[in-house]
Design a protein around this ligand. Structure first.
Ligand code: FAD
Length: 392
């Protein structure tokens, strides 16, 4: 069962690459150890797959070399993928911030990719674990897999990162890179909930399940989206986004009432309805449990009418500038992506081919390119898969 091109991984990147390479008339075989193709697509976006974003910009990707992704992203754009989705008659909608989701189900995207693979003549072999790869002196790659020994001219590593090991994430691609002498950028979980030490949890645990519209700042990054208190710390889109920029020891500054001005609103209420308690007044702006904690922490007592401007300023600073130091993250178990990976310096930005090993390609999440939450990671998978598919 040899092929000219073997792609390891039938995820978003691998399937896109297979379609393109097979359309060029190459004989393509995709191997995946999972029972079904595109398992991460299936669970993505809450089952509706946030398949791209209208506003793809290089600043929304993390990498040692943020400009690396540009070439592929410009050659196969979000509009190109939207055109594929439209041509297949898949209904979609924009949810927020340019994020595009399927109206029906993520299965529509998987069906689209499988259909295009079949039409182009690419073969897919599931339940096939690749154990090892090697290269013979004539440059051909040899693959030892549970489906037997195979050889190919072009080997495309599309095996993803380390996130969600339960779903088959294996870190396999990093081992292949190391074996062939390609440098790696240290990997860590990204788009992941952050956790608190017991001391902070004693305070925040009663808030588990509470969500607010927040602005979260971490180092130079700032995200204005929802925030959710959990039993272990914080989650929600603003925290997932910030987590990709967070390192151990970093503090977050959280505005717990983004879009409101607590001091101005409380001052206005003080004039109109000063007999209400400070806590109940604040609870008109942020969730009650959170208001109770903020008021208790700042030591304010009594009615709103009893509070000086300075006291309201202290409360406002607590709500708009909560400083918190997470101790860790929930790790790869729940991370949506893996930061780091194959160093982009070792790859050609136009083709994704290794600069040192001819015929060896790395695409998708295994590469040191990680997008923000919001469809950016799938767009990277489509674009990098497409780029490799033009030449592999
Ligand atoms: P993957 O999709 O991980 O595919 C890799 C494939 O390789 C897998 O099928 C795996 O089984 C196979 N494989 C691994 N090792 C081997 C081996 N040794 N032998 C054979 N096969 C192997 N991104 C978005 O843009 N929008 C979203 O809505 C979104 N939602 C997400 C929700 C969740 C819960 C998660 C975890 C991620 C989400 N992401 C989302 C991120 C997105 O899923 C990934 O960025 C994307 O799937 C990466 O594609 P890939 O093809 O590089 O890797």
């Amino acid at each position: 069962m040899d092929a000219r091109v073997i792609i390891i991984g039938a995820g978003a990147a691998g399937m896109m690459c297979a379609i393109e390479a097979a359309r060029r008339g190459r004989s393509v075989l995709v191997l995946d150890h999972a029972k079904a193709a595109g398992e991460k697509i299936r669970i993505s976006g809450g089952g509706r797959c946030n398949f791209t974003n209208l506003d793809i910009q290089p600043e929304r990707f993390l990498s040692q070399n943020p400009r690396f992704a540009l070439s592929a992203l410009k050659r196969f754009t979000q509009w190109d993928f939207i055109a594929m989705v439209d041509a297949a008659g898949i209904p979609w909608h924009e949810k927020t911030l340019g994020q595009l989701f399927c109206d029906r189900s993520a299965n529509d995207i998987i069906a689209l990719l499988l259909d295009q693979m079949e039409k182009a003549g690419a073969r897919l072999r599931l339940n096939a674990t690749v154990h090892e790869v090697g290269q013979s002196t004539d440059g051909r790659f040899q693959i030892e897999s549970s489906a037997g020994a195979l050889t190919c001219e072009s080997l495309v590593i599309a095996s993803g990162g380390k996130s969600i090991p339960k779903m088959g994430a294996s870190g396999f691609g990093y081992r292949v890179a190391e074996q062939f002498g390609l440098p790696l950028i240290e990997t860590r979980p990204g788009l992941v909930p952050l956790t608190f030490a017991e001391q902070e949890l004693a305070q925040t645990r009663p808030l588990a399940g509470t969500s607010v519209q927040a602005e979260v700042a971490c180092n130079a990054a700032r995200f204005s989206e929802g925030l959710l208190f959990t039993h272990r710390g914080l989650s929600g889109p603003s925290i997932l986004q910030a987590s990709s920029y967070w390192r151990e020891g970093d503090a977050l500054t959280v505005n717990l009432a983004a879009g409101s001005d607590v001091v101005a609103e409380l001052s206005a209420m003080r004039t109109e309805a000063g007999r209400v308690s400070v806590k109940n007044a604040l609870a008109r702006i942020i969730p009650e449990k959170l208001a109770a904690i903020a008021v208790a922490e700042t030591g304010l007592h009594g009615n709103l009418a009893d509070q000086s401007n300075a006291a309201l300023e202290v409360l406002g600073a607590r709500v708009h500038g909560w400083r918190i130091k997470p101790v860790g993250s929930e790790g790869y178990r729940t991370a949506e992506v893996t930061l780091g990976g194959v160093d982009t310096d070792a790859l050609d930005a136009k083709t994704m081919q290794s600069r040192s090993v001819q015929g060896l390609y790395f695409i998708g999440e295994v590469v040191d390119v990680t997008g923000w939450l919001g469809g950016y990671n799938f767009q990277w998978a489509w674009s990098s898969g497409w780029a490799a598919g033009q030449v592999a």
